[in-house]
Every structure is written in C-alpha cells, then in structure tokens.
Design a protein. Structure first.
Length: 72
C-alpha cells in the first residue's frame, strides 16, 4: 500500500467518526444531568479521534506526494 492510499483510509475513518459525532451532538440536545456528562465524555473522545485521523491522513498524504506517488 502506498502513502496516498493509506492517507485515504485515514480520511475515510475520520468521516465515519464525524458522522457519529454529529449524531451524538444531536442526541445530546435531548438529555440532561448524568446523561449529558456521558455524552460530553464520548464526544470529547471522538473529537480527539477525528483530529488524529485527519492529522495522520494529512501527514501520510504529504509523505506520498514527497515520495512522488501518483494521486488517483
């Protein structure tokens, strides 16, 4: 697998995490108290995962470009 393809996988994973994040943020609007804390904790964790996937994808993509890999 080349770096560009690997980066695309990370970008896809980031999109999947973002979809879950969006759903949880919508659901959070309907809850209170302890449930709100749990939603906030889950959202915070997923936001970190989303950021990591995006940053890793970008690093891999740039490495692929530097190594002269073709972008498909």
């Amino acid at each position: 697998m080349n770096y560009i393809e690997w980066a695309k996988e990370y970008y896809r994973d980031a999109q999947n995490v973002k979809q879950i994040l969006d759903r949880l943020k919508t659901e959070r609007k309907l809850c209170k108290g302890k449930d709100m804390k749990e939603y906030n904790r889950r959202i915070e964790t997923l936001q970190a995962m989303y950021k990591d996937c995006r940053e890793t994808g970008e690093l891999l993509y740039q490495k692929g470009l530097k190594d002269g890999e073709a972008v498909a």
